[in-house]
Design a protein around this ligand. Sequence first.
Ligand SMILES: Nc1ncnc2c1ncn2[C@@H]1O[C@H](COP(=O)(O)OS(=O)(=O)O)[C@@H](OP(=O)(O)O)[C@H]1O
Ligand SMILES: Nc1ncnc2c1ncn2[C@@H]1O[C@H](COP(=O)(O)OP(=O)(O)O)[C@@H](O)[C@H]1O
Length: 197
Amino acid sequence: MREDIHPTQFKVSQELRIQSLGQRPRLLWFTGLSGSGKSTLANGVEFALHQQGFHTYLLDGDNVRTGLNKDLTFSEQDRVENIRRIGEVSRLMLDAGLIVLSAFISPFISDREIIRELVGEENFLEVFVDCPLEECERRDVKGLYQKARMGLIKDFTGIGSPYEAPTDPFMVIKTAEVKLEHAIESIIQAIQPKIKR
Ligand SMILES: Nc1ncnc2c1ncn2[C@@H]1O[C@H](COP(=O)(O)OS(=O)(=O)O)[C@@H](OP(=O)(O)O)[C@H]1O
Ligand SMILES: Nc1ncnc2c1ncn2[C@@H]1O[C@H](COP(=O)(O)OP(=O)(O)O)[C@@H](O)[C@H]1O
């Protein structure tokens, strides 16, 4: 029962961890269609941050949908639960003092707003990985768009399932127009003042 849970005040606080790590924890939340470039961008940004000595962790389908969330499908209800759990994991990692990067379609505005509230407005840096459906489909990195067009995946985002674009994101990266290296550089520049102590 929730009322029987009494949180302990830990001796090592987030503030102490911030002091020892020498950085301010933030959540960099990449959202966009499948194939828009979320993983590629998040991976590049994490590598650049790591090289600069920041302590980071990247949450992505590979380490979440194959483990913690392997019980979840792509139904609307399961997508909501997927993002809810990722939000909670992100919150713990922020508490640990890390700069967290998250790369999920996260198609619904309401779910992303819940995470913004959960981790705090100032900590939630939403990056809209903006790429036209036609270009994602042309890339078809995993061959899933073709399957969706053939009717083999009924609820594929952008085809049989909706994607709600952010209305006021921290950044918009148009991956069909901007080169990857420039996109990474512009994200690093924009977050520097927010993550440095
Ligand atoms: N039905 C359907 N719709 C969308 N995507 C699908 C689907 N089935 C499988 N995949 C693959 O799963 C990846 C998306 O997982 P996410 O956890 O990011 O999705 S969500 O946030 O819960 O909507 C997505 O990977 P990315 O391409 O990295 O976005 C797809 O490869
Ligand atoms: N500017 C860019 N930024 C990111 N990815 C790009 C860009 N231009 C082309 N791509 C390509 O688009 C594909 C995006 O795939 P991926 O990163 O897996 O997308 P997502 O994680 O959104 O599904 C990759 O093959 C990547 O090389």
